[in-house]
Write a protein that binds this ligand. Structure first.
Ligand SMILES: [Zn+2]
Length: 288
């Protein structure tokens, strides 16, 4: 699960790319409403690269990855590191284990269930070294509680997973997401020296500080719109979606409802709104 917003034409987004000498990209071949052109998997390093994320487990992905490895003169990735547990990032682990025997897989293990086989725990600041590259995990919950970004010191670049995306906004899932955490994670990124962003979905972002600021302002704008709607007497999420997302295709209103909910839950935790559950109906929300 990743994103909602403008849709990509997968045909316009190459399946593989080599943005820099240290970073290669292979698409997970899982395009969709929530994944844009599909999940970007990144090969980082001068040789025996580190693979960040594995796509969803699409059968055509391993051959595409192998073609790209051959093109670069590489045999296999040294290891796999994951940004978070969502299926479109972790789903390819079993097929890659078949292809690359005994390949180590790491992620931040936090509230995990049903991990695919043995996975090493990776914590914030535990540096991952490859050939000519240094990757530093940064814990960035909000989209998922186990979410890590990876800071590539040699490029002052950040692999942002689903925290920041190329061309759309991130979904905050109600089960494991938390908009308050998400905002804190965005502000944490502002304390790093980041120039370029490699998102898990969509194209490379060259002006990282502007994009991070844009993401923060977008959420603050939604905050204001929702508080205004509550002030005007709107009570339920469907009513608020109908007003705030009036110019957005109804096909996206389900995702929009999740977004509004994430803001209301944040307000509730901040003591700004009250939720009155109504059995079989949408909850009533009111300003405190
Ligand atoms: Zn995700």
């Amino acid at each position: 699960m990743a994103s909602v917003g403008e849709s990509f034409r997968p045909a316009g987004f190459p399946q593989t790319a080599t943005p820099t000498g240290l970073v290669g990209r292979v698409l997970g071949l899982n395009p969709g409403l929530m994944t844009g052109p599909g999940t970007n998997t990144y090969l980082v390093g001068e040789r025996e690269p580190i693979l960040i994320d594995t796509g969803a487990g699409v059968p055509d992905y391993p051959p595409l990855l192998q073609d790209y490895l051959v093109k670069r003169g590489w045999k296999r990735p040294a290891r796999i590191i994951l940004t978070h547990r969502h299926i479109d990032h972790m789903g390819g682990v079993p097929q890659l284990r078949e292809l690359f025997s005994a390949i180590p897989v790491s992620k931040m293990i936090f509230r995990d269930q049903n991990l695919p086989g043995p996975i090493e725990n990776l914590r914030e600041g535990e540096t991952v070294r490859g050939e000519g590259v240094t990757l530093i995990p940064v814990h960035t919950p909000g989209h998922a509680s186990d979410h890590l970004c990876y800071y590539l010191a040699e490029e002052q670049a950040l692999f942002t997973g689903d925290l920041i995306l190329g061309g759309s906004t991130t979904v905050i899932p109600p089960d494991d997401g938390d908009l308050g955490d998400y905002m804190a994670s965005l502000r944490k990124l502002q304390t790093l020296r980041v120039t370029r962003i490699y998102p898990a979905h969509g194209p490379v972002i060259e002006d990282a500080p502007a994009k991070i600021q844009e993401y923060i302002e977008h959420r603050l704008m939604r905050d204001r719109q929702i508080l205004e709607a509550l002030g005007d007497g709107l009570r339920t999420i469907p009513e608020m979606v109908a007003r705030i997302y009036a110019d957005v295709s109804p096909a996206l209103h389900g995702a929009a409802a999740l977004s509004v909910q994430s803001h209301l839950v944040k307000f509730r935790k901040e003591g700004k709104v009250r939720e009155e559950p109504a059995p079989g109906q949408p909850s009533h929300w009111t300003l405190v």
